[in-house]
Design a protein around this ligand. Sequence first.
Ligand code: ATP
Ligand code: MG
Length: 721
Amino acid sequence: MDVTAILDPLNSAQRDAVSSQAKHLLVLAGAGSGKTRVLVHRIAWLIQVEQISPYSLLAVTFTNKAAREMRARIEDLLGYSGQGMWVGTFHGIAHRLLKMHWQQAGLPENFQILDSDDQLRLVKRVYQTLGIDDSRWPYRQAQGFINAQKDEGLRARHLQPAQDPYQRTMQQIYTAYEEACERGGMVDFGELLLRAHELWLQQPELLQHYQQRFRHVLVDEFQDTNAIQYAWLRMLAGNQVPLMAVGDDDQSIYGWRGAKVENILNFSRDYPDTQTVRLEQNYRSSKNILDAANAVISRNVDRLGKNLWTDDPDGEPIALYAAFNEHDEARFIADRLQDWTSQGNLREEAAILYRSNAQSRVLEEALLRAGIPYRIYGGQKFYERQEIRNALAYLRLLVNRNDDAAFERVVNTPTRGIGDKTVQGLRELARDEGMSLWRAAQKAVDESLLPGRASNAVAGFLALIDELEEGVVELPLAEIADHVIARSGLIDFHRREKGDRGESRVENLQELITACRGFEPEDKALSALPQFLDQAALDAGDRQADAGADAVQLMTLHSAKGLEFPLVILAGMEENLFPHRMSVEEPGRLEEERRLAYVGITRAMQKLYLTFAESRQQYGSESYNAVSRFVRDIPAGLIEEVRLRTHVQRPTSYAQKPTVSLSDSGADTGLSLGQRVTHHVFGEGVVLNFEGNGAHARVQVNFDNEGSKWLVLSYAKLTPL
Ligand code: ATP
Ligand code: MG
């Protein structure tokens, strides 16, 4: 038995926790202080020293990735497989229980899991059955209502009969939705947790069985558990099973999804025989990074308060880069990543973190252009996102009516009463007649082959596409996209979705319009739209890094929880973007944004870059945002502003519109796009891009041997070939 391997790599507070004899344990500590490490070593301790079988252990983490890593680390420490041990997320564990005990849970053996899209579709069907008007009560509102009730552990029958029309309607929908799920044997995410809880309530013998089986239950990221998860845990623990909870109130970032940071406070009250361990030494970040994180989070009022220090040296200063726009920001980031790898580091040790999904597009483009492989973690690449693919499908139909894939994708999105049966009928007709779906639809309408209602709906769709095309033929690309996205109903469709998801989809659609605005067709003589669509298809398709390759990691701040990287770049550190514009008015939400900033900064181990753009195409127009308050909260002594030698002079005032724009043609430079040139140091290359005017003009050249570089034209002395 090798106990030294378990205790040696720990400090004394960590050892206390790992080898504690207390019945319950609460580890409350800041980022990077070794909470997850303590939890992993505690499990190894329980198995090796306390002789607890892995079969009797249950560990809960926040993501499946974290669960896999945890299991691997435990097995590493033990030197053998921890088979039989349950490690998973709350949802994963609930699912497992329901699969094993479907009968007791009142479910059919092969119950279906509804993801969020399936759930929405079911909600729509319920509206139809009940005859509820979705323009008055948007579908997303009902979906949000149902999920929020389930997070609190409430079924429709638990709700007080209500007088006001909103409550009454929502309850009516909830009731019918529950019936539909019951009939169809369907279970949504919230239902997994709710049923698992009811399983304990209604099947005392089963609960007793698990209480005897699990001799220890351990939970990581405890600050982000919601009411039903905590209730489930408490039932399981009863008054016999020892619990260990590990968390950090300063990293509670899922309040908008019903997470309750109060659970941390409740824990020591609910379990009086709890030993609370505080860890104060941070092992992850350099002192500069940690000081910055502490300075930012100290502005929050609502905290338990913690002290976090490090033995590490100051390290490098935090670098701040004020880009003049988002393209400059992305290029700066790509350049820093090149530097990073040229110093012999791995790409996967570097992460770019951002507040909103839509920010990834410009970053992705810069990485693609620089040939840097990247992976988007916990999210999809921009051109693969559903709402973007829907919008592109409309645009594709304008270019080519016979694009069947595009037709199928949007014929009933947003919903316009064209059901699966109708589409199936069209497919058969198209197949029999050897024609495209579009032509089949025309034929079906002309020859009245469909039932009246379906026929009207299909005719409406055909007319919409024709009308869209007529409305836009002569417009510039961005206006085409704007018009099509609006008139197709996609923006309204997503705007009516409640919560973050809908908002983020609308942002992505607006970002698509921005992408169109910045698009430079290769062949100016031809229409821009088909060229843009080809470009988008390429971006989505083959240029992805394959799974195993060394790639830079891109993710939202939310998905970065619990992770760490030697190099972290926080992009878009601007007011209205981060903190998100929806949060600045509400103190509670602003505090959650600040915790998110704390999470972001504390992901960095050695080097942290903060970047912001003085102007940015955002929500479909150009905005000038001030640098984020979270940057201003960092003491100036910790920050070094980066100024690039080759950089164009920036406008003197932040409010003044920069003279630089990406659409500049380079007309006054004597060079043209695609032209071959030679440079006295870098050799031969091709002109890719221009930016700015006069003395500030820059040119991007892809050199045959040196790769792509931005040069200030007045110094570069390029000779056309
Ligand atoms: P977060 O709040 O971000 O989830 P955490 O508190 O869970 O952070 P860990 O991820 O467990 O922190 O640890 C942070 C880093 O510090 C890891 O790289 C871990 O291996 C290292 N570490 C933790 N404790 C020690 C120690 N006693 N000696 C050396 N390294 C340590
Ligand atoms: Mg952790």
